[in-house]
Design a protein around this ligand. Sequence first.
Ligand SMILES: NC(=O)c1ccc[n+]([C@@H]2O[C@H](COP(=O)([O-])OP(=O)(O)OC[C@H]3O[C@@H](n4cnc5c(N)ncnc54)[C@H](OP(=O)(O)O)[C@@H]3O)[C@@H](O)[C@H]2O)c1
Length: 242
Amino acid sequence: MPTRLNRNQYALVFGGTGAVGGAVLRGLARAHIPTVFTYLHSEELAKSLSQELGQRAVRVDLEKPEQVRGLSEELANAETPPSIFIHCAAVSRQLKLGEITDGDWQSTLAINGQAPFVACQALAPAMAARKEGHIVIVGALDRTQSLPLPVHYAASQGLVSAMVMALAKELGPSGICVNLVALGLLDSGLSREISPKMREDYKTFSALRRIGTPEEAARAILWLALENTFMTGKVLPANGGI
Ligand SMILES: NC(=O)c1ccc[n+]([C@@H]2O[C@H](COP(=O)([O-])OP(=O)(O)OC[C@H]3O[C@@H](n4cnc5c(N)ncnc54)[C@H](OP(=O)(O)O)[C@@H]3O)[C@@H](O)[C@H]2O)c1
């Protein structure tokens, strides 16, 4: 369990209704960190998580930067602004190059990349004022990997990986750590789009010979959010050794 518990910690989680986001919310609840999380379509799930965990759910379309900015600025200006920001929302459709429309490209980059950028812009001044902040972006691509991903999704993953590096350099002097967790294939969530063949290949080529769980993903994410104090600008691969 987290060792750096601080009564003044406050978390904002994008995509709390996702497979990984839900496991992250449960971990934050166990650590007694007050949390606000976003959802879009999964309203019933958001309501039940909110009731069960005592966390505030806010409906935000992360494709729309003005909605992301609205919530982030509201929280940044609150009495206790977020000290932790975790981006767990993403979209990915298994499309071939010729099938990717302009709309697919724009929405994928907006949700996976622009939304955390806008949130960081809005939240960073308040984190800097308290000389502490923990930003964790969840993605899928370790910069050393070569994986058969849809091109628009891969582009969004390259974006967040480079953005984390630059954000860490700019925000480090203010005491803010920014890192990316690059997850391997999990047994739920976005992996629902993956073919059985790719799933079997993953098991064959990963060191642990299996896919992961959202709870295992959340452990790596929460370590960065709650315990890490000296790692920044890096990609933490939690992928079973692929
Ligand atoms: N699952 C895997 O196998 C896997 C593998 C590698 C990496 N990852 C990474 O892990 C992270 C979480 O993935 P996951 O598997 O938990 O995904 P997931 O279960 O499909 O959840 C996606 C989340 O994103 C939210 N979302 C999508 N579009 C949105 C929009 N326009 N506005 C607001 N929210 C939106 C969804 O909210 P609603 O449902 O409420 O609409 C949901 O909370 C992603 O960064 C993904 O790249 C996952």
